[in-house]
Design a binder for this molecule. Structure first.
Ligand code: ATP
Ligand code: MG
Length: 363
């Protein structure tokens, strides 16, 4: 069994800094290190439709945005297979069978599902498709026999469900599927980047995002109005760095080199934090520094995105080729799944022979 890396994103909008730091950056690193047998990255449009059923156009429009973000961030279609979830019918097939191995109460207890139901005001009326998306996600992971899933911490309960379902499948039908491992960012603040409003998570649905494709100007507007410490009113006041989004972002993005290059008054982030806590350091100075760091990181992506935008038909071509390739793996696993589940009737010559013997003997 090799090392198979897989992750996806919902094409519900452009990708943001949370996606990048929580998962996408790691995927690009893993891809470039090359220490894997197969790598898949996909657009989870089937999942996106579970809470956007009445707005398919939104999903359709965002496929290309996410594809451009992937390529701009450095995913290389020569090294990793990029595909669109809905174009792999084997995924729906496996989802159907895995649903038999999970109970409703198991999904009801899933903390990510609970939060998302609340966020979408689905409490009174949960679409059944949305409720079942953790199983569809388990199928995504299992179908490709993924061993490694680089994601943010909101995905931890999903990977746990996947591991359980895979275990149940293998116990019931025989060893076919593989239990995946989650790969969380090493830097704990990157596991769940807060929004620019200081809310728990940067999320498209909450409108508190800095997008990878934002212009330098847009980034500055957003950084300038970022949530800090509401009690830090005057420069001389002592400030709090905990729960202060500017400092959380500095935790996530700044390096000692950034201090040497752009703010040599401080050796590192600890020194800056000490000064902020003592008082005498204004928010604006910290925001300007953060703005420089974020824009330095995003500028090469903006440039690459512009280049890729010049040939949009080629991007769809990349997605089509990736999808065709992913289907080959999907078809192989599904053959094994059907065989293990004893539903491979037409391929089983032994079965047909046995049945004809059985009916002959009844005469
Ligand atoms: P939606 O609001 O449509 O659910 P989202 O912004 O939550 O969108 P997803 O497509 O659900 O994004 O997530 C894709 C990947 O990015 C997942 O691996 C998830 O863990 C990671 N991710 C998303 N937001 C963050 C964040 N704020 N911090 C760290 N990782 C994140
Ligand atoms: Mg999400």
């Amino acid at each position: 069994m090799g090392n198979i890396i897989l992750t996806g994103d919902r094409p519900t909008g452009k990708l943001h800094l949370g996606h990048y730091i929580g998962s996408l950056q790691r995927r690009v690193q893993l891809q470039n290190e090359g220490n894997y047998d197969k790598m898949f990255v996909f657009m989870a449009d089937v999942q996106a439709l579970t809470d956007n059923a009445d707005n398919p156009e939104k999903i359709r429009q965002n496929i290309i945005e996410v594809a451009l973000d992937y390529l701009a961030a450095g995913l290389d279609p020569e090294k990793c297979t990029i595909f669109i979830q809905s174009q792999i019918p084997e995924l729906s097939e496996l989802t159907t069978y895995l649903m038999n191995l999970v109970t409703v109460s198991r999904i009801q207890r899933n903390p990510t599902v609970k939060t998302e139901i609340k966020m979408r005001n689905f409490e009174a009326n949960i679409p059944l498709g949305f409720f079942c998306y953790p199983i569809s996600q388990a199928a995504d992971i299992a179908l490709f026999k993924s061993t490694t899933v680089p994601v943010g911490e909101d995905q931890e309960p999903m990977i746990e469900v996947t591991r359980e379902v895979v275990r149940r499948f293998n116990q019931t039908y025989g060893e076919v599927l593989v239990e995946p491992q989650i790969l969380l960012p090493e830097n704990t603040v990157c596991r769940r980047l807060p929004g620019t409003d200081g809310k728990e998570k940067m999320s498209k649905s909450l409108g508190n995002c800095i997008y990878l494709s934002d212009s330098a100007d847009e980034v500055w507007q957003k950084v300038r109005s970022m949530f800090t410490d509401p009690d830090h009113l005057r420069v001389d006041d002592p400030g709090k760095v905990e729960g202060n989004a500017v400092f959380t972002y500095l935790d996530a993005f700044s390096t000692d080199n950034d201090f040497a290059n752009y703010w040599p008054d401080y050796k590192n982030l600890d020194e800056l934090k000490d000064h902020y806590r003592r008082g005498g350091l204004g928010d604006m100075k910290c925001k300007k520094f953060l703005n420089t760091i974020i824009n330095n990181m995003l500028e090469p992506m903006r440039q690459r995105r512009k280049e890729f935008e010049q040939d949009i038909p080629e991007i769809y071509n990349i997605l089509k080729k990736g999808t065709d390739k992913a289907r080959e793996t999907a078809a192989q696993t599904m053959d094994e799944v059907r065989k293990a589940m004893r539903i491979d009737y037409f391929n089983d010559t032994e079965l047909i022979k046995q049945q004809s013997e059985r009916f002959k003997n009844q005469k």
